[in-house]
Design a protein. Structure first.
Ligand code: GUN
Length: 278
């Protein structure tokens, strides 16, 4: 049985460290404020936004909620972002995605000041990441790096395969692993002979959005397996992109779902909020 990589515990450690840092900042008269913008009432977004607000409260970051109706115009949303860009007491701006179809998501992301882009989605943040300049890191991939490091898994020189090429996970994950001196392959839906590629991986990161798609046949004996997926199985239980039971027999270490990558995303968002003051 593989070592379980405990995202719940590791995210708790990070939040405790951040809480102490925020207390020290407050003692110097510095307060951090995150503006959380939500459009409409998508149930999943409501859960995520609520968890982000709770994490802020726990760490000592002030969160300001902006709840806009589903029918809000793109212009009104852009005007709010512009106001927050110029607001001196707001350090970070988060616009919860997805946005309704009548709003251009890319336009909204580009409107956020790169200095307040705590999601790390702005093209300036993405560019900084790829050329190795300091900047805000995309939260889920940054969380995965922390999971590996804090579990004592070295990345330097390892063969890493990422399955999935999204802007939020796959691509920034590749940049961060490169920064840690790994050899990186990104596989995706057009990749030929996926099993052959994934079986090369010392560290396999799966973000394809297909329930329990990666079974033991895709995994090398002793590999480290990181599962970014989140689904419900036939019994309504949470599960990931990886068939956990059989893969955990073959892997040396694996993240569970829930309690693996999920809690790390919010911890790293909190880290980015604190980063605005460092
Ligand atoms: N929707 C799903 N994940 C995220 C995230 O990390 N940030 C934002 N802003 N929206 C999301």
């Amino acid at each position: 049985m593989a070592q379980l990589i405990d995202g719940k515990q590791i995210s708790k450690e990070i939040k405790e460290e951040l809480k102490a840092e925020v207390e020290a900042l407050r003692a110097m008269g510095k307060e951090i404020c995150l503006a959380v913008v939500q459009v409409g009432q998508d149930p999943a977004s409501c859960v995520y936004v609520n968890n982000k607000k709770k994490a802020c409260a726990y760490i000592g970051i002030r969160s300001e909620a902006y709840e806009l109706p589903e029918a809000v115009s793109e212009g009104e949303l852009l005007a709010l972002v512009e106001k927050l860009n110029h607001s001196e007491h707001v350090n970070g701006i988060l616009v919860q995605l997805p946005l309704p179809a009548h709003i251009d998501e890319d336009k909204v992301i580009r409107a956020i000041s790169p200095d307040k882009d705590v999601d790390g989605f702005h093209p300036v943040s993405v560019g900084r990441l790829w050329i190795g300049e300091p900047g805000f890191l995309s939260c889920t991939p940054a969380g995965i790096i922390q999971l590996l490091k804090r579990s004592g898994i070295s990345i330097d020189g390892k063969e890493c395969v990422i399955v999935g090429r999204s802007n939020i996970v796959g691509k920034p994950m590749a940049a961060l692993l490169l920064r840690e001196h790994a050899t990186v392959t990104i596989a995706h839906s057009h990749t030929k002979d996926l099993r052959k590629i994934t079986k090369r991986a010392d560290i396999l990161i799966v973000a394809i959005g297909k329930r329990q798609f990666i079974d033991a046949e895709y995994v090398k004996e002793g590999a480290v397996v990181i599962d970014v997926g989140m689904h419900r199985d036939e019994n309504n239980k949470l599960c990931g992109d990886v068939a956990f039971d059989e893969v955990s027999e073959k892997a040396s270490a694996i993240t569970p779902v829930p309690g693996g990558v999920g809690p790390m995303t919010i911890a790293m968002l909190m880290n980015n909020c604190v980063e605005t003051m460092r």
